[in-house]
Design a protein around this ligand. Structure first.
Ligand SMILES: C[S@@+](CC[C@H](N)C(=O)[O-])C[C@H]1O[C@@H](n2cnc3c(N)ncnc32)[C@H](O)[C@@H]1O
Length: 277
């Protein structure tokens, strides 16, 4: 296993508990907006446990194929279990780095029909160059699509959490900071339109998925532990983490944070290809 997948491997239980409320609505919206058809070949990078890759596999049917790529072995294993429960045989979960992915020979020579990435693009090293390369694996006229947190989403929750952590004197981890910096360029409809267009695409479409979730203590803490915020807790022992959890929940109550805004942008575009305009 690649070390960079380890945060999400550690997060597997909480990540899984977020599936129904967070990951699946976005994954399904992305697949719908991509307009996948039976027989299509799809690459899903940063696929996690398959929240967009599994709906993609059902959309493309037995004559299509989905390559679902992630660094986190444990999430991939959850994805394999889900697909075998559903009897899907057209999807392959592969532990690999998205930045190095090369299509195997089962993919038509012209390329994939679509590349999807749900809540993952801001984790990719050299985000622009990496995603431009991935878009280059799509045939001219095929599609790329991503989901990202909309500006302001998770903001109140993240501030309460980081304030609780700061009481224990630890700075924010570099990885979380750089992911949030990258996200800032693409977390508005206008920013995402522009970013997609700069990849060499046309007909960009950005839609907003509203998702307001009651902030129960269990769900709020799962959101912290089920994603990259979890990294901020790695310097602390279990006892301190428990104190931070208590402080965090107190701050949510003090600040009257009763709901979590998990608003998301779903952006898709058509790949122009080498000579097209
Ligand atoms: C927030 S999760 C989203 C997972 C999934 N797309 C979903 O929406 O449920 C981000 C995922 O990106 C993966 N990831 C981060 N960097 C990656 C890379 N370079 N190559 C492949 N996967 C990566 C992580 O392991 C994690 O599973």
């Amino acid at each position: 296993m690649d070390d960079r997948g380890s945060i999400f491997d550690e997060a597997r239980q909480e990540f899984d508990r977020l599936t129904g409320a967070v990951w699946t609505p976005a994954g399904q919206s992305l697949v719908f907006q991509l307009g996948l058809r039976p027989g299509d070949a799809v690459l899903d990078v940063c696929c996690g446990a398959g929240s967009s890759a599994i709906p993609a596999a059902t959309a493309v049917g037995p004559s299509g194929l989905v390559h679902a790529v992630d660094l986190a072995d444990e999430l991939l294993e959850q994805g394999r279990l889900k697909t075998s429960e559903r009897g899907l045989q057209n999807i392959e979960f592969v532990c690999a780095d998205a930045i190095e992915w090369e299509p195997p020979s089962t993919v038509p020579e012209v390329g994939y029909d679509a590349v999807a990435c749900s809540y993952g693009v801001f984790f990719l090293p050299h985000m622009d160059a990496t995603f431009t390369r991935l878009a280059g694996l799509v045939r001219p006229g095929g599609k790329v699509g991503i989901t990202v947190w909309r500006r302001g989403a998770l903001r109140d929750l993240a501030s309460a959490f980081l304030d609780a952590v700061a009481r224990h004197g630890e700075p924010r981890p570099a990885q979380a900071e750089s992911s949030f910096d990258l996200l800032e360029r693409i977390d508005t409809p206008q920013g995402l339109h522009q970013w997609l267009a700069e990849l060499g695409t046309r007909s960009t479409e950005v839609r907003e998925l509203s998702n307001i979730i009651p902030a129960t203590p269990e769900f709020a803490w799962d959101l912290v532990l089920g994603g990259s915020m979890r990294g901020a807790l790695s310097p602390f022992d279990a006892q301190t983490v428990e104190v931070i959890r208590g402080d965090f929940l107190e701050l949510l109550a003090e600040r009257a944070i009763h709901d979590i805004d998990a608003g998301t942008l779903v952006g898709t575009a058509i790949v122009k290809g080498r000579n097209a305009t």
